[in-house]
Ligand binder design. Structure first.
Ligand SMILES: *Cc1c(COP(=O)(O)O)cnc(C)c1O
Length: 393
């Protein structure tokens, strides 16, 4: 945006609209519609709605608009469109810009529902999709063609925290005129500067770090004004993807503390990763800020942090992994991430259960693997909890 505010100021104030009452907290405009002062005003608004004029909450709403402006300012994009879930954002970003005959290149290591959209939905409507190993630039180079309309990837993959080099893949994509669409959830909008590094469109599930307290589903698409208003919005507003004003209010409050929370969680994650490394019952620790991560240098350059998740492998396969998670006293067994509460997930039997074994093998989803989403509890308490649970494993 034009203001030279730093991140934390932006996250508290950007986009705020105050009513005539001067309320401190962002108001929830829990309304589906808007009354016009006269028929002429209604007609004029349907011809062209002004910057701060609304017609119907499926198209936009003042509370939702505050959230869109605040997160666009954080992301460094001209505009954003908030959606009912992260998947509505991924689907909306891709389907709104693609048509039959177009070609898309995507990394293979994707969140299950993202994989469904690329593998099942897009192909059903005649879009050709090529999957590549996201970390292998030679595969991206070989896969793009002059007909490639978009490339899609998760900047940090689930659950094995593999990075895609945003700058390098963007160069490869832009050389053939393809748009770069990044799902930046795992990297978080705090640590990843995807747009500065070349991405054209960034999508988030705000269900994760942005809410940060596990309350509401939400999503957002960030991009240029042209992409958001001319490509994405017509599709989103007519197909009913809009975020509710109440959710937008939750997400606005989440943004106010996002920077503080992500940094605190990442600090604890780094301490936990270090404590786990070398533990006799842990056969592997995956954390991008550890020197042992194969893309450590890229992670430091691209994110400047290892992020808020630690993935590790407990020795002894599924049985030991289950004994371990069942023994945890603070960390909860669930499948969200980015929550204030620390969450342990066993991907092989939950989030990635449906994948055929050879795909689990290819993605490194072993029976002993645990994805640990580090919350806001005291890091020492979390480490003590992990150590006693490892003893039990
Ligand atoms: C959770 C998640 C999504 C989907 O978001 P929802 O809000 O659950 O619809 C998409 N991509 C990634 C990487 C996610 O973690």
């Amino acid at each position: 945006m034009t203001k030279d505010w730093k991140t934390r100021t932006t996250l508290v104030h950007e986009g705020t609209r105050r009513s005539q009452y001067g309320e401190m907290a962002e108001a929830i405009f829990l309304t589906q519609g808007f009354a016009y002062p006269d028929a002429e005003a209604a007609e004029a608004r349907f011809i062209k709605a002004g910057e701060d004029e609304f017609i119907y909450a499926r198209y936009g709403n003042p509370t939702t608009r505050m959230f869109e402006e605040r997160i666009a300012a954080l992301e460094g994009t001209e505009d954003a469109f908030a959606t009912a879930s992260g998947m509505a954002a991924v689907n909306g970003a891709l389907v709104s810009m693609l048509r039959a005959g177009d070609h898309v290149v995507s990394s293979r290591a994707l969140f299950g529902s993202c994989l469904y959209i690329l593998e099942e939905v897009l192909t059903r409507y005649g879009v050709k999709v090529t999957f590549v190993d996201g970390a292998d630039l030679a595969q991206w180079r070989a896969a793009v063609t002059p007909g490639t309309k978009a490339v899609f990837f998760e900047s940090m993959s689930n659950p094995t925290l593999e990075l895609v080099d945003i700058r390098a893949v963007s160069e490869i994509a832009h050389a053939v005129g393809a748009l770069v669409v990044v799902d930046n959830v795992f990297a978080t909008p705090i640590f990843s500067r995807a747009v500065e590094q070349g991405a054209d469109v960034v999508v988030y599930s705000t269900t994760k770090h942005v809410d940060g307290q596990g309350r509401a589903l939400g999503g957002v698409i960030c991009g240029t004004k042209d992409f958001i208003r001319k490509v994405a919005e017509p599709y989103l507003k007519h197909t009913g993807a809009a975020m509710s004003p109440f959710t937008a209010w939750i997400m606005l409050n989440g943004l106010a503390t996002l920077d503080l929370r992500c940094r605190a969680m990442a600090d604890s994650a780094a301490r936990i990763a270090t404590a786990l490394e070398g533990h006799p019952k842990v056969t592997k620790v995956i954390y991008p800020a550890l020197a042992s991560h194969p893309q450590h240098a890229l992670a430091m350059e691209q994110m400047g942090s290892g992020g808020t998740l630690v993935t590790f492998e407990v020795a002894g396969g599924k049985e030991a992994a289950f004994r371990f998670v069942n023994a945890l006293r603070i960390a909860l067994i669930s499948n969200n991430l980015g929550d204030a509460k620390t969450i342990a997930t066993h991907p092989a039997t939950t989030t990635h259960q449906r994948l055929p074994q050879e795909q689990k093998d290819a993605l490194g989803i072993t029976p002993g693997l645990i994805r640990f989403s580090v919350g806001l509890e005291d890091a020492g308490d979390l480490i003590a909890d992990l150590m006693q649970a490892l003893d039990a494993a």
